[in-house]
Design a protein around this ligand. Structure first.
Ligand code: SIN
Length: 520
């Protein structure tokens, strides 16, 4: 437990009123957070190296989706505050953009080391605001940290080209330069990793950034900013603007249209992505969009069914199904359909719902009531149109208002919402197919193209189907494919550009061609 004086001291440092801290302490101590974790809990936004309130003085409360308890309040910023953050990033770019790759690499490595040292604290924040169970939150933090490690190394390999000139009087080269200020709009489903995947690349390239975290999960973003400041990342290089839902559209528009912002990277829904894309068009900004998916997960008759079920659980129930790359439609070959459904049902029966700080819990809540209502309506639509509920099928109100039972549905028809749309919840839908061609056709019968998975032990089929699936990422006999070293991104309406890998860094650079003329 904390003494009162530790609050008063922290108060003097942050300038936040004493009462607010006391309330946070009560809330956090009841969720089991410890001293170091509380030290990373920031309740102000971060602009130009300072912890600041909204100019309007407004704040909004953030709640723990598992318990419904208020964690704390953060500034409800608007366009005025966003302009200040963009200006800070723009000023900082004048020096950060001129640092050497080695200097940036060293600082990014220090940021990574700090995140590793605070991995448990960051995970506790992720669990508190996003609801995912602690071991899974720690998995996200390790995954998120790996992007900063990766980009700290990649920073030093952003090389250009010397070209063979076709004329003796000319020499030609191409160099890569940072685009400038990057606006990073990040989602609630991976509050840590989606920031590090973007900010790690942006900073490595020499860009500065303004981060707008989702309203449900601002604390992890603020904690990352705190660690960045502790390791000496200069003022203005990272800025975090927090806001409630109602101010988000205005802030998004400002980030997309400000002449001082060079590019936008957004992870979220396809609908919002399209809007931001349009807004960026007026200034012809660099755009990176990681949008929704509708991943097919195909199980062919030659597959190892136990491995397929293991992959299905990992892909479908990671973060309670609230993942863009989550398996959305299980397509199972007729000969193994019944066996797969039975095995999946048995495995789903081992999932334990609850508050992610409790031991053994491996399924958290949905992020908010809007998500609960969406999942409920998708299941109702399917059942009304003839789907069979094999397992689950209703809210887990006995656990809490935001929990939904892991659910398994069969007898799925193309006119059901779960067939055509991203579910983003713990609902597994199984569809029977007969031929490889049919499976590929169903898999591709969507305007989304993020991830796809299939299980097969037929080598020719593996090559063929991997090439035929209209997606940006394929898992072959594997349900978890994300990695800092690999390019993450989609085709069709699932997005533009790639994150992670060396391609992720190139999103934040432009190529400048330099011609040396009149040489003798
Ligand atoms: C996402 O769901 O947006 C990201 C998932 C991942 O990086 O694996």
């Amino acid at each position: 437990m904390f003494t009162m004086s530790s609050f008063i001291l922290r108060n003097k440092v942050t300038g936040t009123v004493w009462k607010t801290k006391a309330i946070q302490h009560q809330c956090f101590s009841s969720t089991g957070l410890k001293r170091a974790q509380l030290n990373l809990l920031k309740t102000e936004a971060f602009i130009n190296g300072k912890w600041v309130s909204a100019k309007s003085g407004k704040t909004f409360q953030v709640t723990n989706p598992a318990t419904g308890q208020v964690i704390a309040s953060v500034p409800d910023m608007d366009v005025t505050d966003t302009k200040v953050a963009i200006e800070a990033a723009n000023e900082a770019f004048k020096t950060w953009g001129k640092t050497t790759a080695k200097e940036r690499s060293v600082l990014l490595r220090k940021w990574y080391d700090a995140m590793v040292a605070h991995a448990n604290d960051l995970a506790a924040l992720v669990t508190a605001e996003a609801g995912k169970p602690l071991p899974e939150a720690l998995g996200e933090v390790n995954y998120g940290n790996s992007f900063v490690e990766w980009f700290s190394e990649e920073a030093r390999r952003v090389n250009g080209d010397i070209i063979q000139s076709p004329q003796r009087s000319k020499e030609m080269m191409m160099i890569k330069q940072p685009i400038g200020v990057a606006a990073l709009i990040t989602p609630w489903n991976f509050p840590q990793a989606m920031i590090t995947r973007k900010a790690g690349a942006a900073l490595a390239a020499g860009c500065t950034c303004v981060i707008k975290p989702a309203e449900d999960t601002p604390f992890t973003a603020l904690a990352l900013a705190e660690l960045a400041q502790q390791v000496g990342i200069p003022d203005g290089v990272i800025n975090v603007v927090t806001s409630d839902r109602s101010n988000a559209p205005g802030i998004g528009n400002e980030l997309c249209t400000s002449p001082h912002v060079a590019g936008l990277s957004f992870t979220g829904s396809t609908e919002v992505g399209k809007l931001l894309y349009k807004q960026c068009a007026s200034g012809v900004k660099r755009v990176g969009l990681e949008l929704g998916g509708n991943a097919p997960f195909i199980v062919f008759e030659s597959a190892d069914l136990d491995k397929a079920v293991e992959g299905a659980i990992a892909s479908k129930f990671r973060n309670c199904g609230q993942t863009c790359v989550s398996a959305n439609r299980f397509l199972i070959q007729d000969k193994v359909f019944d066996a797969f459904v039975q095995k999946l049902k048995d495995k789903m029966a081992t999932l334990k719902l609850g508050d992610g700080t409790k031991p053994d819990v491996n399924q958290g809540p949905l992020i908010n009531m809007k998500q609960v209502e969406k999942v409920e309506s998708i299941v109702k639509d399917a059942v009304d149109k003839g789907a069979t509920v094999v397992y689950g099928g209703k809210p887990a109100s006995n656990v809490g208002p935001q929990f939904y039972e892991p659910t398994l549905l069969t007898n799925i028809k193309p006119n059901m919402v779960c067939y055509t749309e991203e579910i983003f919840g713990p609902i597994a839908v199984c569809i029977k197919f007969q031929t490889e061609e049919e499976a590929v056709d169903i898999g591709n019968s969507t305007n989304r193209g993020l991830a796809g998975y299939f299980y097969s032990n037929n080598v020719s089929q593996v090559w063929k189907v991997a090439k035929l699936l209209e997606v940006g990422m394929v898992g072959v006999n594997e349900g978890l494919i994300s990695s800092a070293e690999a390019a993450f991104g989609g085709i069709k309406e699932s997005g533009i550009g790639r994150e992670g890998s060396h391609y992720g860094l190139e999103e934040y650079t432009y190529i400048k061609y330099i011609c040396f003329g009149n040489l003798q």
